[in-house]
Design a protein around this ligand. Structure first.
Ligand code: SAH
Ligand code: DHB
Ligand code: MG
Length: 222
């Protein structure tokens, strides 16, 4: 098992199941050209998020961590007409690139990009009474993931799906001795979810062109 093989399989899956998409490809290209880090979800993961949003019948989506809007476009495309997606991004340059990518995707009327720190913007969203959200995708600064999970719960309704990316951290999630703040945060997320009677949750490990990582899925109990 190795990275080369995982990437080859991601390429195979992409070729087999994810049709060439000029809008998504242009989003990746313009993000790269602008110097954004290539840390967006893979095509297979983007489509997975899209399918989750469809399965969920999501009409309202909250995303924390926009980058160039690649996952945003996958998620927003799952919305029915009249659906809305709010996405939070700290770096104004990332938000600017995302805004152009989202416009090219014809989704400017659907996607609301807010620029600022997630933990500053979330209380504002709450004050605006903008929720509850049917799906929340947490994918920003990793040490804040547990706090974002608390906010996601606050802005949820029974049945809301909360997805947190990058929780497995090459397996370090299982290492109680790790002092990496990202790992410590993901271990804290699991302790929090474990103690939280309002959700039912699991974590799925993934390999692919982004290496070995995984995501947590939590559904708010009805
Ligand atoms: N969801 C994107 C990838 C997001 S990468 C995709 O898959 O396409 C993580 C993003 O979170 C980066 O753009 C980074 O600038 C942003 N970020 C970092 N700290 C943040 C914070 N405190 N609040 C909001 N966004 C933050
Ligand atoms: C990285 C990957 C991610 O999916 C993310 O959201 C942030 C950073 C990374 O590989 O560094
Ligand atoms: Mg991520």
């Amino acid at each position: 098992m190795n990275q080369e093989l995982w990437s080859a399989v991601d390429t195979f899956v992409g070729d087999a199941l994810i049709p060439a998409d000029p809008v998504l490809e242009a989003a990746l290209q313009s993000s790269e050209k602008a110097g954004l880090p290539a840390i967006q979800v893979s095509p297979a993961q983007g489509k997975f998020l899209h399918l989750l949003a469809k399965l969920q019948g999501a009409k309202t989506i909250l995303e924390i961590g926009t980058l160039g809007g690649y996952s945003t476009i996958w998620l927003a495309r799952a919305l029915p007409s009249g659906g809305r997606l709010v996405t939070l991004e700290y770096e104004s340059k990332h938000a600017e690139v995302a805004r152009a990518n989202i416009a090219r995707a014809g989704l400017s009327g659907v996607v609301d990009i807010r620029v600022g720190k997630g933990l500053d913007l979330l209380p504002k969203l709450e004050a605006e009474n903008i929720g509850p959200f049917d799906l929340v995708f947490i994918d920003a600064d990793k040490p804040s993931t547990p706090e974002y999970f608390q906010w996601a719960l606050k802005m949820s309704r029974p049945g809301t799906l909360i997805v947190a990316d990058n929780v497995v951290r090459k397996g370090a999630l299982a290492d109680p001795a790790s002092t990496d703040p990202n790992v410590v945060a993901m271990r804290r997320l699991h302790a929090m979810v474990s103690a939280e009677s309002r959700v039912s949750a699991t974590t799925i490990q993934t390999v692919g062109n982004k290496g070995y990582d995984g995501f947590t899925l939590a559904v708010v109990n009805e």
